[in-house]
Design a protein around this ligand. Sequence first.
Ligand code: SF4
Length: 402
Amino acid sequence: MSIKELKKKNPVIPISELEQMAFCQTSSNLRTKTLEEEFQSGVRWQKAPTRYLRLSSEEIEQGIKESRSILGDQLFILGHHYQRQDVIKHSDVQGDSYKLSVLASQAKAKHIIFCGVHFMAETAEILSADDQNVILPNMAAGCSMADMADIEDVQEAWNDLSETLLEKNQIIPITYMNSTADIKSLCGQNGGLVCTSSTAEKAFKWAFKRAKRVLFLPDQHLGRNTAKSLGIRLDEMVVWDPFKKMGGLTKDQIKNSRVILWKGHCSVHTRFTTDQIQNARNDFDANIIVHPECTTEVVDNSDYVGSTEFIVDTISNASPGTTWAIGTEINLVNRLAMNNKDKKIFCLDPVVCPCATMYRIHPAYLLWVLDGIRAGLLINHIKVSPQVKKNANKAIERMLSL
Ligand code: SF4
């Protein structure tokens, strides 16, 4: 079904998520095609000069290698685990968003190329020095979850909550790393912090030492799973729906809550189901490991739950001969299978579905931005305003000091 048809059927679903839905139906072949062929899948891509459209994988690879050797240590290329292999192989370091944000903050290179999605490049820009340039190879590489928390909606929600909860120390905002710089800034400005899936528990504990409740943005599932693991009951959590007045909540519901979850989710991780878990156990006697962006039902039924780095470490350290069904993004699952041939590894979801927005970092875009640097041009230079940077930095620093 085309994105137009999907939009007609699902008017309130953000366009980035509809793209994910459209993309899933064409994703059975993850081989990198030319940019032109990939444009034809109907998903939004950034316009690039014509000469990059038809380059073969070999021509692109050769061009990237040449630029890397000329630019040398002026370049630092970060690759998120969910990137396709044809991009990852050119990266200096790989990691999840937390590990990459730490590495970006320590980088000395003049040009930091972030092969990930927009919010990650923004975070790197917030943490980088003024004389460093952060570049995202394709500006259309966003995140459907981050898009679900628009700054105007969040500011309005924060105003409503502040008017409802008048006394001091009533609420602290925590935002998942997967959010825009504006949202991180709002948290920093209002005594809150950023977290990742590996620091979420610590962030909640930090917040509960300082206030009665938490507003968690933008992933309701990570928020719910984290709060539940800390002993907070489901009936102490409410969901704030940005499409409804006062989030669809009464003042009493807000006052009686301990956690207010923003109604956002990851289109990739919410595809996993308890039926898939049952099938993986019945058919393969598999160990089940999932990411905490999955629904609470899935997390509760799994054997292991943890961040992307936790999944990588657990699989890498598992005994030979063991079987693993993994509930996370398919490019990472495929890479883990490739690097752990002594174990049986497969994706929990039998319908292969990569993160459509991560997939937009086609290697031709990487070549394009490297060619730009060689020509003295900063293509897709990520910039965050000084005020937003200052407040977002506060929220990130609080996380880094946990
Ligand atoms: S996997 Fe989900 S949360 Fe991660 S970048 Fe893709 S859409 Fe966003």
